[in-house]
Design a protein around this ligand. Structure first.
Ligand code: BGC
Length: 379
């Protein structure tokens, strides 16, 4: 009898505890949903465009639109308590329709370049759009940055947004129907998390990334040349004059490409014709999520840590920004006023058998995660 009543008490306590846990989980989810707002932003291809604002417990916010799956801002505090966006972008849809160079956008089906806009797979040669001289760049004429994604707000305990897109067989010349899901999350450590998933019904190259341009000062009248950068990579992939990798994997030691110890971006940039626009071969040896780069700026006290599951990082110093586009707040985006740290597989992998493969086959699951995490140094 004693043991039966003991069991009963145990069961009641457990039930109460589970209910409590469940309801606190539910409360967290409700709070996370409340931390997301949505506003009308226009229409493209007959589909509604929205701007979603995600806010975490620290009051950090990020805005995302389903046009191109674009991150339009990431607003964090600086060391003086002032808030500004460390990602460049616009406060309305119109300038995005003028095709800025991929500001904040999701990139696919293939991030960066494919040489001569073609590749051969299983004996068939596929021709892609040559939208960068004779080469193919960032998925073609209408890449994932220019399509309308289906957005939903998932039941999650932190603010998140799920974006889906079906890239049809033959789109931009690629084989196979590719179902892509990207989840953006703003966690309570001020980390902007991006999780990519994809499946195909025919073998196809896939290389998804995000093309956010950062300026940690939050003010594009400062260039990024005084930011310091560390990249955990002993090697990089040199390129030809059209920015296609030569196929070599060269050591960074003794070259301007050595960021193994943090240094100012401006320190050696003049020794690199045109500025940095290269793929670094990350030292990480597997697909686990690891810290691969750290960017810091003393004006704002902000540091950006980059974590990824990917093998490569395209570090691009905004070399082609020429003042044509004007950032929110009215300041023109001139050369080197923002930089990209695009986590990826190596450019032109479909034509470089010695690079890690980017071919996704039917039945396989493409999965990649990247986190851009902001920290503050108040001293
Ligand atoms: C490429 C650059 C290109 C830029 C904007 C970067 O990922 O590496 O060469 O100019 O994107 O298109």
């Amino acid at each position: 009898m004693k043991s039966i009543s003991g069991t009963l008490v145990f069961v009641i306590i457990c039930t109460l505890f589970t209910n409590c846990n469940n309801s606190s989980e539910k409360n967290k989810m409700a709070a996370a949903k409340d931390a997301i707002s949505k506003k009308d932003w226009g229409e493209v291809d007959g589909k509604k465009i929205y701007l979603y604002t995600l806010e975490n417990n620290n009051g950090t916010t990020m805005t995302i639109t389903n046009y191109g799956g674009t991150v339009t801002s990431f607003v964090t505090q600086d060391k003086n308590g002032n808030k500004s966006s460390i990602i460049i972008g616009f406060d309305s849809l119109q300038p995005y329709l003028q095709h800025p160079p991929y500001f904040g956008a999701l990139i696919g089906r293939y991030g960066n370049r494919i040489g001569n806009a073609k590749f051969t797979l299983d004996g068939t040669t596929y021709k892609l759009a040559a939208n960068d001289g004779k080469n193919h760049l960032h998925g073609g004429l209408k890449g994932f940055d220019k399509v309308v994604w289906d957005a939903t707000i998932p039941n999650d305990s932190v603010p998140s947004l799920t974006l889906k897109y079906l890239s049809k067989d033959g789109e931009e010349g690629y084989p196979g129907n590719l179902n892509v899901t990207v989840q953006y999350t703003l966690n309570n450590d001020d980390g902007l998390e991006i999780e990519y998933n994809a499946e195909t019904d025919k073998a196809t190259p896939v290389n998804l990334t995000n093309h956010s341009y950062f300026n940690l000062t939050g003010d594009v009248s400062n260039t990024i040349l005084n930011h310091t950068l560390m990249i955990d990579a002993d090697h990089y992939t040199p390129v030809d004059t059209t920015l296609i990798p030569t196929g070599e994997i060269k050591p960074v030691k003794g070259t301007p490409f050595d960021f193994t110890t943090a240094k100012k971006i401006g320190q050696d940039i003049d020794a690199v014709k045109g500025g940095y626009d290269h793929n670094w071969v990350l030292n990480k040896k597997d697909t686990s999520l690891q810290k691969v780069a750290e960017l810091s700026d003393s004006i704002s006290g902000r540091t950006l840590e980059v974590y990824t599951t990917q093998p490569g990082l395209q570090f691009y110093t905004g070399n082609f920004l020429d003042g044509k586009f004007v950032n929110r707040g009215g300041k023109p985006l001139q050369v080197h006023t923002a930089l990209c740290l695009e986590t990826q597989h190596f450019p032109d992998s479909p034509n470089k058998p010695n690079f890690p493969t980017t071919i996704l086959k039917p039945g396989e699951k493409y999965h990649a995660v990247t986190i851009y995490k902001v920290k503050l140094n108040k001293s």
